[in-house]
Write a protein that binds this ligand. Structure first.
Ligand SMILES: [Zn+2]
Length: 604
């Protein structure tokens, strides 16, 4: 599985990363007892069942069964194969990959990406430089007129792309980047005749990865040109559906405040940060994607959408809400006075007022939906009231919590000027008909089916390995009683390693040797269970060993039986007698193994 990355290197990378630290970059974790808990980034949930163990350097989700070590986490989170996960962490740790590693093609792809990152870093410097020099004077003046301080311009890395066709192109060509590389980085555009600067006469907004590397730019035109905003295209570095503007600057505050504010525009985010509202990010141009919603959900308990008060903003809000809700976020909507965008509001009223009056007064999803529907229909017309009634019952039918729903029934009845019983009745009809079977199938498909029941004997090898992983000191006395043949093929490497490593056997390392996701999940679950101490573990191991010995004996007996059956009863009488004796011995052995058995409890 580890391709041609040497094991020593994999070990070295793993020990450089702490599982809690790595996962905290993606998920907000809280300590509880010996483990950390958070909302699982791999399935939608509202109560944390995703646990991380610092001692064992592993994670496991009791909701969906996902589990593993730092590598498995990154693989799942970034959707990359094992060797890529190792390389990515090595890169983050600034480690040089061994020269033997990876296919030539993969090596080239990585080299290319690192060239593109370099080009982006230079372009970033270049644009920043121009904002502070002659060509950029007008741009700087514009930003200052909009109230941005030097510090905030600096921390957001704002820059200026000169109004020339080959400014950044010439600069980077002199740094030995090829036109091809600059096209691939999205810094140049081309037509059949030539390549030229993509960003011209624009204020540049670097778009960064969560770790703060510049991966793309947004550019705002300085004069009245079109389009007003231009972004980098998708590149090997930049997938706009997976990134959020300013996430690298907002991440800490989001985690601290357990809340994320999401805007539409870059200027909204910058104004908010300058006013001290630093838990703010923006989607990149288009409406929110599921990946962005998951990224937010993994960091914050609550997400507040604050979009422009115009019609387009409202439509985008509505779409964004659905996506955030289905990702399992607690969603609220901050409403601005008509005709204002967040940037205007914050500049006029300041960060404290924004926090208190817009974020503090944000409506819960259902309240917002009801309020905005009420605006669309006239309550004086019976026709409209009926339509509104239908729409509202649909929304209320999606509220899972009964008490909450009842609360909304009262509100809706008051709004529609109807008796609450009428609303309740309609709601029950809606819930019984369409929504029930639908929501059930959806629920079961998002969570993986639980692992199929296995017999105790089938489970025993994995349990032993897991218990060894937790209590390596028990390996010494128990490993000798087992043989390779007691383990299924995929667990033999783990068994041999335990035998060899004894007390220094590492559970986190073990997870890398398991090819199948199913095994990784079982193992992480067994490893993270808290209610076993060493004494119980020892007993559980003994039980498992006894079970495996019986399995081994049964197999040997079957072999003897087959042998005897294949012999001629007359000609091979003596031989058959010998085999029969052996068979009886095995039978007795089985008895003695089974006899002292006293309902020991297995793990799992
Ligand atoms: Zn999960």
């Amino acid at each position: 599985m580890e391709g041609n990355i040497p094991n020593e290197f994999v070990d070295e990378v793993r020990t450089r990363f702490d599982v809690v630290e790595l996962i905290s970059e993606y998920v907000q974790l809280k300590r509880s007892g010996r483990n950390y808990f958070g909302l699982c980034p791999f399935h939608g949930e509202k109560t944390p069942s995703f646990s991380v163990s610092q001692d064992k350097q592993i994670f496991h989700c009791f909701g969906c069964g996902e589990g593993g070590n730092v590598f498995s986490f990154l693989m799942k989170m970034e959707g990359i194969p094992f060797p890529e996960a190792v390389k990515e962490l090595a890169r983050r740790a600034g480690m040089q990959l061994p020269s033997t590693v990876s296919s030539v093609a993969a090596q080239r792809a990585e080299q290319k990406k690192s060239r593109l990152r370099e080009a982006m870093a230079w372009a970033d410097k270049y644009y920043r430089y121009w904002l502070q020099h002659q060509d950029g004077a007008k741009a700087l003046h514009y930003l200052e007129k909009r109230g941005l301080t030097r510090e905030i311009i600096e921390s957001f890395g704002l820059g200026f792309a000169p109004n020339r066709w080959e400014a950044v192109k010439q600069f980077l060509r002199k740094k030995d980047f090829t036109e091809r590389e600059l096209l691939d980085a999205g810094l140049l555009s081309d037509n059949p005749k030539k390549t030229y600067d993509r960003f011209r006469n624009r204020i540049t907004f670097p778009i960064c990865s969560p770790r703060g590397e510049t991966i793309a730019f947004g550019g705002r035109i300085l004069d009245d040109g079109e389009p007003k905003y231009l972004n980098s295209p998708e590149t090997p570095l930049f997938d706009k559906g997976k990134n959020l503007y300013a996430i690298h600057l907002a991440r800490e505050a989001i985690r601290r405040e357990k809340q994320a504010i999401i805007f539409e525009g870059y200027m909204d985010v910058i104004a908010a940060h300058q006013a001290g509202v630093t838990n703010a990010v923006a989607s990149l141009g288009t409406s929110l994607t599921e990946a962005q919603a998951r990224l937010l959900r993994s960091q914050a308990e609550e997400v507040v959408i604050v979009y422009d008060a115009d019609a387009a903003g409202q439509a985008a809000t509505w779409r964004g809400l659905q996506i955030l809700k289905s990702a399992g976020c607690l969603v609220k909507v901050g409403r601005l006075p008509a005709g204002m965008d967040p940037d205007d509001y914050i500049r006029r009223h300041g960060g404290d007022a924004f926090r208190k009056d817009i974020i503090g007064e944000a409506l819960l999803l259902v309240d917002y939906q009801m309020a905005s529907l009420a605006q669309q229909y006239s309550l004086d017309k019976d026709e409209d009231r009926i339509r509104l009634f239908n729409k509202i019952s649909e929304i209320l039918a999606s509220v899972d919590n009964a008490m909450e729903r009842e609360d909304y029934v009262t509100k809706a009845a008051a709004m529609l000027k109807l008796p609450a019983t009428a609303v309740r009745e309609e709601l029950n009809k809606k819930k019984q008909s369409a929504s029930r079977p639908h929501s059930q199938t959806r629920k079961s498909s998002t969570i993986k089916p639980s692992l199929q029941r296995e017999t105790a004997a089938q489970k025993a090898p994995m349990q032993i390995i897991a218990l060894w992983g937790r209590f390596p000191s028990l390996i010494e006395e128990s490993a000798g009683q087992l043989e390779e043949e007691d383990f299924p093929a995929e667990l033999i490497p783990a068994f041999l390693e335990a035998q060899k490593e004894k007390a220094s056997f590492s559970a986190a390392r073990l997870l890398d040797s398991l090819q199948e996701e199913k095994h990784r999940q079982t193992l992480s679950r067994l490893l993270i269970h808290e209610e076993y101490d060493e004494k119980i573990a020892k007993k559980a191991i003994d039980d498992c060993i006894r079970l495996l010995k019986c399995v081994r004996i049964a197999r040997q007996r079957k072999e003897l039986e087959a042998q005897m059956a294949s012999l001629d009863p007359v000609a091979a009488k003596g031989e058959i007698n010998e085999l029969s004796k052996k068979w009886l011995e095995l039978r007795k052995l089985e008895e003695t193994i089974n006899h002292p058995r006293e309902g020991g409890k297995g793990v799992g």
